[in-house]
Design a protein around this ligand. Structure first.
Ligand code: ATP
Ligand code: MG
Length: 419
């Protein structure tokens, strides 16, 4: 089945809102084995919307649309699709009941009263399959004629995402006897092109399971997907492929199906019964923020110091005045003493420090913007890393601070692994 995505909304067209719906839908359809050949955005204009639908159905069997299901006069997606299929609109009683319930329960006593145009949301083209909306008022729907299907969902992502994942995808996969199972392999310290280069021939030689690389800021992950008759069979097919990739990439892999670096850190520390404490200068607490963003991190994290000023580095962390005077705040020596200091005052198993020059100003020839030191202090591993982080990104300061944060998290993982 060939599909395309049409997102409706003038705000998308003008660049006021980022089209995250298309990203989510495209990934979901691809994972379900449905080919997406086109994506488009159209404003809230009935004629252009009609043209887009006509064009899309000339080349695709399935159109997945979002937006324009609201109660106002410019929300016209449903009416336009009904017209395309030549279907009359008909009241869908369960949707009206839901609307009444929402307005009675949630909005009762408030200024929001159900108005005549809200009732429009309960009207559906004849023969439509309706997807209820637990997170809003506009239901979604699918209309089919022969081999052409249009799926319509509300625009707000918090309504669209659960509807798509829990109702639309199962609906679209209802005839498929196959299950798709994926494993995500998370990689750190290797760029996307290096990963692709290493696995290129292997990736091309595979059609089931498939291997697809994805890049996030500062890291890469590979998704390996098997299509099989059942989950067990898929797992059996995935096993050897994941093993082979692990052999090829070795220590560059920090986890499988773990989601992100900070979760891998917290899990590893728990597994080894270790604790960590942070002393951060240029990252301003970002490392501790990432760690504490993981549920259950209180078992492994007790203390983080944001030691931005030299005075704090001396008073709180015990960095020597002489060290700062001789080598400066951004130096190998200061980073080492910060890591040792935070470990000492916190009693944690691992002390980690970050000090660097995030820019845009403040760099010199000897100490340019992007120079970052990361100190690790523990019984199993004590070392300090000097990093020259890449420059030229649009929001350079944040980019440097974020990549330094990722490197620090990865260092904690390495230290934990050394125990
Ligand atoms: P509503 O009842 O809120 O009007 P709707 O189905 O008519 O729902 P829209 O009016 O098109 O949806 O969009 C509502 C809001 O949802 C937009 O202002 C925007 O913030 C967000 N939104 C819409 N489409 C997208 C999209 N493709 N990606 C991300 N956000 C979106
Ligand atoms: Mg709207």
């Amino acid at each position: 089945m060939n599909a395309e995505i049409i997102c409706v909304g003038t705000e998308l067209l003008l660049g006021d809102v980022v089209n995250t719906n298309a990203v989510h839908i495209a990934k979901g359809l691809a994972a379900a084995g449905i080919n997406v050949y086109y994506q488009s955005v159209v404003g809230d204009n009935p004629q252009r919307l009609k043209d887009s639908i006509r064009l899309a159905f000339k080349r695709s069997d399935l159109i997945v649309m979002t937006g324009g299901l609201g109660p106002t006069y410019d929300d016209l997606t449903k009416e336009t699709v009904a017209e395309y299929f030549g279907r009359k609109m008909k009241l869908h009683q369960p949707s009206l009941d839901h609307l009444n319930e929402v307005f009675n329960k949630i909005y009762s006593g408030q200024y929001k009263k159900m108005t005549e145009n809200n009732v429009k949301q309960a009207y559906m083209p004849r023969g439509a399959v309706v997807f209820d909306n637990k997170n809003g008022t506009a239901p979604g729907l699918a209309v089919t004629d022969g081999n052409k299907t249009a799926v319509l969902m509300p625009g707000p992502p918090r309504e669209m995402v659960p509807m798509f994942d829990n109702q639309v995808l199962p609906y679209l996969s209802r005839d498929s006897k196959k299950v798709l199972v994926s494993k995500n392999i998370y990689i750190f310290g290797m760029g996307e092109s290096a990963v692709e280069d290493m696995l290129h021939d292997y990736m091309l030689s595979m059609d089931n399971p498939t291997i697809a690389p994805y890049a996030k800021t500062g890291e890469v992950y590979l998704r390996v997907t098997a299509s099989a008759n059942d989950k067990e069979q898929a797992e059996e097919m995935l096993g050897p492929v994941v093993d082979k990739i692990q052999n090829l990439l070795g220590d560059y892999i920090y986890g499988i199906d773990v989601g992100n670096l900070e979760t891998a850190v917290v899990r590893k520390l728990k597994e080894k019964n270790l604790t960590v404490a942070t002393a951060e200068s240029c990252t301003g607490g970002w490392v501790s923020k990432q760690i504490t963003g993981v549920e259950g991190s209180s078992e492994v994290f007790g203390c983080g110091v944001c030691a931005y000023a030299n005075e704090t580095k001396i008073k709180v962390l015990g960095v020597k005045k002489d060290t700062l005077a001789h080598f400066g705040a951004v130096s190998f020596e200061t980073a080492s003493e910060m890591a040792a200091g935070i470990r000492k005052i916190s009693g944690a198993d691992i002390g980690i420090s970050v000090t660097g020059i995030a820019g845009p100003g403040g760099g010199t020839e000897q100490k340019p913007v992007g120079l970052v030191y990361i100190g690790i202090d523990s019984k199993a591993l004590t070392e300090t890393l000097e990093l020259t982080l890449s420059r030229g990104y649009q929001n350079e300061r944040d980019h440097i601070r974020y990549t330094a944060t990722l490197r620090a998290l990865h260092s904690i993982l390495r230290a934990a692994n050394a125990f």
